[in-house]
Design a protein around this ligand. Structure first.
Ligand SMILES: Cc1ncc(C[n+]2csc(CCOP(=O)(O)OP(=O)(O)O)c2C)c(N)n1
Length: 955
């Protein structure tokens, strides 16, 4: 470039940050008395006048342009700008973020960070003034070349950033400010550096102690990622400083013991004792551990969570580490649910009121699991949706470069494990785990970002794994090159100690002393550990309070109260233009509690909800299209036909003493169910309800049912009374809209872990829901699985009269409504549940037969199975010849095989127990509606035909 362009203000570029204030102050003094300031400053003010930023002449500040700029020069300047932008965007490609193995993982050459790619040379860059390509000022940054050098340092060092996928200008600017002004950098004092070193020595020594003491036991060591502990320390400290009440954390096996010991403060003695007594790690209740919840069958030690209260500032912050199954990442939505539950105020009517400053959520992921398991993006998709938002989750990828024995290239199609976060416009900060100071600073930015924008942020903590996947695995067999490098690689503690030694902050001797002290302390803890004998351990049974009946809840509601609720549910805000066709539906509701009238399913449900919130129990109901109801039976969120404004009739109830949250969920089962489950565990006072669109889709969330809802109480002591509504019933809609796979829920039933019901009247549903709500917070609380109706929603036969709501309670078995009971003559006891019993009711009505030989009962609660009620019934049937179990599901599905076990307890003669239903099938149902109809009719007819039993090979 021929002509140099000299901005008039270049002198002031050397001042930045706190210096600006100082110069301003000095200039004020200078104005009053030029000799009152330092001679060098005086000389500067004499020559240049007021500092640039104080020169408020009202005129835009003009740069002095020396000569004219040619088209060629404009091109160069544009190229320089592109190059500077590329450093920000692609700096991560060359960043020094690999603690080991950079050469193995970054082999592809990229020229995206070569200025030549943009058509600009080093010499060109040196010709361009810094402030033509950069808005900031820093000492000694005078040219575009200096800017490029500085930005390379900031974007390709031990920390790298990816935020170019974010569209919000405010967020992008925020990142630029943080990174380029370096304002986030909190200098570590010498004391803090020493404390950091001590922390690392503790963690490393703990792992080494376990390694040496419990040879050959799995512990999923943190070694290679020890830095995770100070990174978590930062979160705890920052959250406590902000008076955040809860930190909700979820993590997998990797490093969990170190996190339990050092972040959750679980006594080392307890951890040692769990190792000592359970070498095969079966049945280890963590009883007695600080804040560790536990069930009676227990779990392996690296699945337990815990709680701890920390107080550095004014108020306490509770750290909650969720219990976790082996199933990687499935804890994510559960933790999100905990967090939201801790943020919502449910004490007033209307929607609950969220305060995101009450709790934050932190999830630690494995690198292979983060990109591999679909539940990760499924949960991230919840993050910005009102109903599921938790104010931003801090994600830490504990990146050890390998997934068990699987290399990155086998484990993902993306460059980085973190890449999927980009689709959610989540920023990613990647940091070298061998630089603990950089890692803590990186977390500082991540933390500030989530707090500022209430959005998720990912910290990709790049370390390695010192051993194999577990400590008995030999990684050199599968990852020889990588382990060749790891074997030679010093620990982060060694590296950091060396650094501090170079800075003369610690001596070799001191480091040795700290290590010796830590080991001695561990040895003391180990020696002091209780020495009970292994033989003292035994398998435990479920606690008494779960074994007892739950029949004592009074769920009927006074008629006047119900009428008032019903009347108020029909009120609309002033000027609300309801959708006309819906008005007709609602008008019908006015009389449902009058003599001779009945309330159908939706009406019974609404009465249950209204009476529950009147009792001061909050409700949260979500599911796909749940506001209206998939089958349009609910309509609990109405839209003004003209303005589109929403109104929930539950919110207009003067009687309501608690919130009513109702939301359509995204098209997800696993994440949404996991979230609702988490919500229910953390908020036992709330009746949480999840509704599947069709029950068939519940199996998408199978892990949440298996690993959490059905078993968490027994394993970990986590209690939930949530309700799952799973539309179920054979109505000719084909294999995928018939079955909620009742058999699965029954197969998982044990130790009163949940209630499984299939009810056939709106009043029964009313009492069932109310009982579930009243159970809240109590020891006997447990989840409820309901096979809920589809076509029955509008069937008159399931509608109930007022007195059924105002008297009585839920009945586990019910009389078949239109059958004359003749106990003396009955030779067949017909048992079944759900829609088939309504079909049978209809068939009986149409038949001319007198059926005095038939006693039919609906088993409305399948689990716990009403054995005693049935025993009493059987005792009253002197001429009973057979018990026929009828179901519409195929023989290998539904409730038959489950019920058979109980029926065998009731009658000694196996020949008396017969089956009527579809034969064994691979698919849940046939596809052709007419074939369905024929089969259904045959099943019904055999159930009420004296010769109809035992058709195992039939239809
Ligand atoms: C859903 C699920 N699938 C498979 C496994 C078995 N498994 C346990 S750890 C692991 C590798 C995990 O790798 P990564 O996520 O990188 O975590 P790391 O163990 O390396 O810390 C696998 C496949 C599991 N626990 N959960």
């Amino acid at each position: 470039m021929a002509r140099r362009v000299e901005p008039s203000s270049s002198i002031w570029r050397n001042f930045y940050g706190p210096n600006l204030g100082y110069v301003e102050e000095q200039y004020e003094l200078y104005k009053e008395d030029p000799n009152s300031v330092d001679p060098s400053l005086k000389a500067m003010f004499d020559e240049h006048g007021a500092p640039k930023w104080l020169d408020h002449t009202g005129e835009p500040q003009q740069d002095v342009v020396v000569g004219e700029i040619s088209g060629h020069e404009v091109k160069k300047i544009t190229a320089a700008t592109q190059y500077i932008a590329a450093i920000r965007r692609f700096g991560h490609l060359e960043a020094d973020v690999y603690a080991v193995g950079k050469e193995l993982f970054t082999s592809d050459e990229s020229n995206l960070l070569d200025p030549a790619t943009y058509g600009v040379s080093e010499a060109d860059l040196r010709e361009i003034p810094a402030d033509w390509v950069w808005d900031r000022t820093e000492p000694n940054v005078d040219t575009a070349y200096d800017v490029a050098e500085l930005l390379c340092e900031r974007y390709t060092g031990k920390t790298s950033f990816e935020f170019d996928h974010i569209h919000s200008e405010a967020e992008r600017d925020w990142f630029l400010e943080q990174i380029e002004s370096n304002s986030f950098v909190e200098e570590f004092s010498d004391t803090e550096k020493k404390q950091l070193l001590e922390r690392l020595i503790n963690v490393q020594s703990f792992e080494q102690f376990l390694h040496k003491t419990f040879v050959g036991q799995k512990r999923f060591s943190i070694e290679g990622l020890e830095t995770m502990v100070p990174v978590l320390d930062y979160i705890v400290k920052a959250a406590n400083k902000e008076n955040i009440e809860n930190i909700m954390m979820g993590m997998a096996h990797r490093g969990r013991l170190s996190v339990l010991a050092y972040v959750l403060g679980k006594p080392l003695e307890k951890i040692f004792s769990e190792f000592h007594y359970a070498p095969d790690k079966e049945l280890i209740p963590s009883e007695g551990s600080t804040g560790i919840s536990y069930g009676w069958t227990g779990d392996v030690s690296y699945h337990f969570g815990g709680t701890r209260e920390v107080t550095n500032g004014e108020k306490a912050t509770k750290i909650n580490l969720a219990n976790n199954p082996s199933h990687l990442e499935f804890v994510n939505p559960v933790v999100a649910g905990y967090t939201r539950a801790a943020q919502d105020d449910r004490t007033e009517k209307g929607y609950s009121k969220q305060n995101v400053n009450k709790a934050i959520s932190v999830l630690i992921h494995g690198d292979a699991a983060f990109i591999g398991e679909g539940i990760v993006p499924e949960t991230m998709n919840l993050s910005q949706i009102d109903a599921y938002h938790v104010g931003g989750t801090l994600h830490i990828i504990a990146n050890n470069l390998v997934g068990f024995t699987t290399d990155n290239v086998e484990g993902r199609s993306t460059r980085y494990a973190s890449d999927l976060a980009k689709g959610f416009e989540v920023p990613i900060i990647r940091v070298n785990a061998d630089d603990p100071i950089a890692a803590v600073r990186a977390m500082q930015i991540a933390y500030e970002y989530t707090r500022t924008f209430k959005k998720d942020c990912v910290l990709d903590l790049m370390g390695y794994r010192r051993y194999g996947h577990n400590e008995m695995d030999e990684p050199r067999a599968t990852q020889p090159e990588l382990y060749g490098l790891i074997d030679k690689h010093p620990t982060v503690t060694e590296l950091f100690a060396n650094e501090l030694q170079k800075e003369n902050l610690v001596s070799d001797e001191e480091v040795k002393q700290i290590k010796d002290n830590v080991f001695a302390e561990m040895q003391r803890e180990y020696d002091g550990m209780k020495t009970e004998e292994l033989s003292g351990l035994s398998e435990l049974n479920m606690p008494e309070y779960l074994a007892k009946s739950i029949d004592h809840y009074e769920t009927a509601v006074d008629l006047e109260d119900l009428k008032k609720l019903n009347e108020n549910l029909l009120k609309r805000p002033e000027g609300f233009n309801a959708f006309k066709r819906l008005n007709r539906v609602f008008n019908r509701r006015k009389n449902i509690l009058e003599e001779g009238q009945k309330a159908d399913w939706g009406e019974g449900e609404a009465l249950a909800f209204a009476s529950i919130i009147k009792d001061g129990i909050p409700i949260r109901l979500t599911g796909q299209d749940s506001e209206r109801g998939t089958f349009a039976h609910r309509h609990l969120v109405l839209y003004d036909s003209e303005t589109g404004e929403k109104y929930c009739p539950m919110h207009g109830l003067d009687e309501a003493n608690a919130s009513f949250d109702i939301h359509n969920s995204p098209l997800s089962e696993t994440a949404v169910l996991g979230f609702e489950y988490g919500y229910s565990v953390h908020s036992p006072d709330t009746l949480v309800i999840w509704e599947a669109q069709f029950g068939d889709f519940a199996n998408v969330a199978q892990v949440i049912f298996d690993q959490f809802i059905s078993s968490a109480r027994a394993k970990w002591g986590d209690k939930s009374n949530m309700v799952m509504l799973l539309p179920h019933g054979y109505e000719g809609q084909g294999p995928e809209h018939s079955s909620a796979r009742l058999e699965r829920f029954l197969q998982m039933a044990g130790e009163n872990n949940w209630i499984v019901a299939s009810v056939t009247s709106s009043a029964q549903f009313f009492h069932l829901l109310r009982r579930q709500a009243l159970m809240r917070g109590r020891e006997e609380a447990r989840p409820l699985v309901v096979m809920s109706p589809k076509s029955l929603l509008r069937n008159e036969r399931v509608a109930s009269e007022a007195k059924e709501f105002t008297e009585g309670k839920f009945q586990a078995i019910r009389n078949q409504p239109n059958l004359r009971v003749s106990k003396k003559n009955a030779t067949r006891l017909l048992l079944g549940s759900g829609k088939i019993m309504v079909d049978i009711e209809e068939a009986i009505e149409k038949s001319d037969e007198n059926f005095n030989w038939l006693r039919a009962l609906r088993v409305e609660q399948l689990y716990p199975f009403p054995t005693e009620e049935l025993r009493k019934e059987i005792e009253q049937l002197p001429n009973l010849e057979e018990i026929v179990w009828v179901q519409e599901e195929p023989k290998n599905m539904g409730s038959w095989r489950f019920a058979l076990e109980y029926l065998r307890e009731l009658v000694q003669d196996d020949h008396m127990i017969k089956y009527v239903g579809r034969r064994e099938r691979a698919a849940t149902s046939v596809g052709e509606p007419n074939v369905h109809k024929i089969i259904q009719e045959e099943v019904v007819s055999r159930a009420i035909n004296p010769k109809g039993g035992n058709d195992s090979e039939g239809n």
